[in-house]
Design a protein. Structure first.
Length: 301
């Protein structure tokens, strides 16, 4: 009898037919509490959505609202192997095939046939020039044209004639670029006093110079001549500023090709490359901010 009474109490709590209650509440009570929470959470959702919409009204689709903490552009290179080490054997094509494949893939978008559309591209000259002003980011101009950059400007590192990019002869090429930052205008060094003495001969108007040298003192004399190919041997200003993916979808960064023509074989060499500009800074925490270093080992045994 006790068990039946207990079961009856449990069932009565779930649904009490005498009072018309479900889980201890009448239909009217359930209606009121559900209505309350619908209105309550609806108001919370409305406040949240309104706050987000108000925030979005302060943001531009084209121009970053705040750029005061944006780091200077990174300096990166292709090929970019794991650990920044380029190691290959002249007698084994398989050892440098991944590097040449990466260069071919990267340079494909710089093929002349991909830059023929007059509505998307324009000639900006093969000599360094001043910034190319295409209007304000939020103006009504719309999508901006991009400067053409022919891979032929990279000379023997273009991959047009030498499909091995010098790796077969032990004179490897790497392609260097400055990473994109919306509305950033890199400024060349103002005077020779602000840069190392060995870089001073590379300074010229309207170009951000790049210079590479041995990272370790014991590698001095082992690297040999480094040749620089591109417009002015650096990054010309007419390719800046970059207007972002929406306004500048066809944008091509200017490139610099580095060819190491007389490396010491069978010796690991550490090389550091740096760009110089009045608004380009460096960081010990970021090895690619304004510079990078790379290890190259060419074996011929």
């Amino acid at each position: 009898m006790a068990s039946n009474k207990k079961d009856g109490g449990w069932k009565k709590f779930v649904y009490n037919s005498e009072k018309g209650e479900l889980l201890g509440r009448t239909g009217g009570s359930w209606f009121k509490i559900i209505l309350f929470y619908v209105i309550f959470y609806g108001c919370l959702a409305g406040i949240f959505i309104g706050t987000i919409q108000a925030l979005l009204l302060t943001l531009s689709n084209y121009k970053p609202t705040w750029q005061d903490r944006v780091a200077p552009p990174g300096l990166t290179h292709t090929p970019r192997p794991d650990k920044g080490e380029v190691t290959f054997n002249l007698n084994d094509i398989a050892t440098y095939l991944p590097y040449t494949a990466a260069l071919k893939e990267f340079l494909a978008k710089y093929d002349d046939e991909n830059q023929r559309d007059q509505m998307k591209f324009e000639d900006c000259g093969e000599e360094p020039a001043e910034y190319k002003d295409r209007g304000d980011l939020e103006s009504d101009v719309g999508v901006r044209k991009a400067c053409r950059f022919s891979r032929a400007l990279l000379g023997p590192c273009s991959g047009i004639e030498d499909r091995e990019f010098g790796f077969k002869e032990g004179k490897p090429c790497i392609i260097v670029k400055l990473n994109r930052i919306v509305n950033f205008r890199p400024r060349p060094p103002i005077s020779n006093d602000s840069i190392p003495e060995e870089v001073q001969p590379k300074v010229q108007p309207n170009v951000i110079p790049i210079y590479c040298s041995n990272k370790k003192e014991e590698d001095a004399g082992k690297i040999g001549e480094i040749k620089y190919y591109g417009i002015g041997g650096g990054f010309p200003l007419q390719y800046y500023p970059y207007y972002g993916k929406l306004l500048h979808p066809q944008y091509l960064q200017p490139l610099v090709a580095l060819q190491f023509t007389n490396l010491t074989f069978n010796s690991e060499l550490r090389i550091e490359c740096t760009v110089f500009g009045t608004n380009i800074k460096y960081s010990e925490k970021d090895r690619y901010q304004g510079r990078f270093d790379i290890k190259i080992l060419v074996n011929n045994l």
